[in-house]
Ligand binder design. Structure first.
Ligand code: BES
Ligand code: ZN
Length: 395
């Protein structure tokens, strides 16, 4: 609800009054263990300590102002060695409802996973190249920031859309679009390959295209230019192999992940509310920093265990000598896969390492490709895995 601004205040300080009026109330959910340190930090900032409206098991819901979000993200990051996440909601109702887990949408229980499309997998997995993945990482990381409210954050999304459109030119079954969000400037980007025989069944591969703080440079080379680059190369390979999926495949670059999964939350809600049959979702967030001897950390929380098993089987079938994996957990809704999981869809996130041993430079000015040895060798493994996921799930 809009608050009235006293006329006297308008006369005294028009800009401050308008800034206040536009500073929307939002609601965030976060781990209860973060509440006390966050309250102390709020007081240090000169803000009122947060008052939870609801708490359940180990999660609480608190009201905040939109202008506080980026500082909250920094506080959470500084205070917890893990990046203690929070999820942002537009209303109190929506935030409180999120604490009640969504059952799988009924069609999800009928999905069967088979592995028998070696020709398509091998063509695409052999077509992907390190140089192309590196080039996309460098293009995205060159924007000063991809923060969701920044002009460069909007430009980066537009650049991605035109890059994808170029890759798909010549294919009338492939379209690209911007998914705009009413509450902020940066759009999400979606490329759709229409399915040949099962166009109403949808396979999603996505990752966030935004980066952090609008204040200084936020190259986000690993978080998450790398994930976007890994699957952008799958798009190129799909065209090079003249791959025509039976199911529809949608590649998605989500806006506004770093401020509480906001872009993906709207997109998952759109699919759910329109009864779109999303068969499976693969999230790529941070793919280019080899933090552990195992190549891939399969995140087992806020994900679908049957689909995670499918991922392990894909690796065993196609990449047993080149990609190793281990289980890991985030401990919270750490990326956009959780938006899909919370909406009742099957989602997985193969990560660059065991979560606690991933890239320590994320969310800083130092998140550059140099920290990954200047190559995209690690991210390329995720291109291969994503190619296999698409070829075997969208057939
Ligand atoms: N890429 C991170 C999530 C991540 C970090 C996954 C480390 C695995 C290991 C993501 O962009 C992020 O920063 N998420 C936030 C939470 C989000 C709900 C704002 C975080 O982790 O604090
Ligand atoms: Zn991040």
């Amino acid at each position: 609800m809009k608050r009235l601004i006293p006329f006297a205040l308008l006369l005294l300080s028009p800009t401050a009054a308008f800034a206040e009026a536009e500073d929307k109330e939002l609601w965030i959910s976060l781990g209860s263990d973060a509440l006390a340190p966050l309250s102390e930090a709020f007081v240090r900032e000169g803000w009122k300590a947060p008052a939870p409206s609801m708490s359940k098991e180990d999660v609480v819901v608190i009201p905040v102002r939109e202008s506080q979000l980026s500082r909250i993200a920094e506080i959470m990051h500084d205070q917890f060695n893990r990046c203690a996440g929070f999820v942002t909601f537009e209303s109190r109702d929506e935030a409180e409802q999120s604490l009640v887990p969504e059952p799988l949408v009924p069609s999800q229980e009928l999905i069967t996973y088979t592995i028998d499309n070696a020709a398509a997998v091998n063509c695409m997995a052999n077509a992907v190249t390190e140089a192309n993945v590196r080039s996309t990482i460098n293009s995205l990381a060159a924007y000063t920031t991809r923060y969701y409210t920044s002009t460069t954050g909007v430009s980066a999304a537009n650049w991605l859309r035109s890059r994808w459109a170029t890759l798909a030119s010549g294919r009338t079954d492939i379209t690209t679009e911007l998914f705009t969000h009413a509450a902020w400037a940066q759009p999400s980007v979606i490329l759709t390959i229409r399915g040949t025989t099962l166009p109403n069944e949808v396979v999603v591969v996505g990752g966030h295209l935004d980066s952090t703080s609008s204040g200084s440079t936020a190259p986000g080379a690993d978080d998450n230019a790398s994930g976007i680059a890994s699957f952008t190369e799958v798009i190129r390979a799909a065209v090079a192999c003249n791959y025509r999926p039976q199911r529809t495949v949608k590649f998605m670059g989500y806006a506004a992940e770093e401020v509480g999964l906001r872009g993906s939350k709207e997109i998952a809600a759109y699919h759910k509310n329109n009864g779109i049959n999303v068969v499976g979702v693969l999230q790529l967030d941070m793919t280019n920093y080899r933090g552990t001897s195992a190549d891939v950390g399969i995140v087992t929380d806020y994900t679908n265990s049957a689909q995670n098993t499918f991922l392990r089987n894909l690796i065993a079938t196609y990449f047993s000598t080149t990609i190793s994996h281990v289980n890991t957990t985030c401990g919270y809704a750490c990326s956009d896969h959780a938006s899909w999981t919370n909406a009742g869809f099957a989602a997985s996130i193969p990560h660059e390492a065991v979560v606690s041993q991933g890239n320590p430079y994320i969310h800083t000015t130092g998140d550059t490709i140099a920290k990954s040895g200047g190559t995209a060798n690690h991210a390329l493994k995720f291109s291969k895995l994503a190619a296999a996921f698409v070829a075997e799930l969208a057939k």
